[in-house]
Design a protein around this ligand. Sequence first.
Ligand SMILES: Nc1ncnc2c1ncn2[C@@H]1O[C@H](COP(=O)(O)OP(=O)(O)OP(=O)(O)O)[C@@H](O)[C@H]1O
Ligand SMILES: [Mg+2]
Length: 265
Amino acid sequence: MERDLTTSEPILRLENLHKRFGPLEVLTGLDLDLRAGETTVVIGESGTGKSVLLKHIVGLLRPDAGSVYFHGRRMDGLSERDWVEPRMRFGFLFQLSALFDSLTVGENVGFPLTIHTRRKRREIDSVVAQKLAMVGLDGLQAKRVSELSGGQKKRVALARAIALDPEVILYDEPTTGLDPPRADVINELILRLRHAMRVTGIVVTHDMASAFKVADRIVMLHRGRLIFDGSAADIRRSTDARVQRFIEGRASAEDLEALHQRDEI
Ligand SMILES: Nc1ncnc2c1ncn2[C@@H]1O[C@H](COP(=O)(O)OP(=O)(O)OP(=O)(O)O)[C@@H](O)[C@H]1O
Ligand SMILES: [Mg+2]
């Protein structure tokens, strides 16, 4: 599946996004352009709005102010009904996999096809087998999701996310909770989808090994805006203390001070 990547128009544009939940300001004027075919990694502290950002891209949340464009089309004001077709062009790997535990692996992966297409049972089965093969799990169709390991669940969720051959895949912490070799299987799948299917990827992660492996570009979200935007090499050279602390996994001076004051250690 070759895609025309020659246009310079970003596939996605987020402009001056603002979002608050009651008194909590989460996005405070976020701007981000995403180029087709690239994998952009989004890092940032827990609770900083990374999942909220992804949900704005697929219209699961609406901004209080600002705009979302997909292929130049304004999306944030679309009705739920008008979102149905464009949403099929996105694959969403949710933070907690969000599989249906009571269904089989095959039913889970085939779910988007059952809901959104008129394909016949046999065709759906064949797509399910193909997608499961892509994530290395063909043959597990009849297993219940509740019988799977965490790593297998992530791969089933990924197979489901690619069931409709999306142009863009949003990965919300795809490697969290996996041991390093299993996390690396997910990294390899992200790279394979990017190279074989020219998928545009957005990967939210805390896992810096994963970030460095899959990113064409890394952005860091902090207090509702981007404080870093550059390559993996650039981020290693960044002199911003907040960025360095994050990528090296060091607590801030204020956090350490707070711990000492509470006499917790
Ligand atoms: N639907 C909602 N209603 C109210 N508050 C919300 C909602 N969704 C998110 N929030 C709040 O917005 C903030 C950002 O949440 P978000 O899930 O985007 O964080 P995150 O950066 O993905 O964190 P983590 O790394 O822990 O997943 C949090 O304080 C969260 O409690
Ligand atoms: Mg999150």
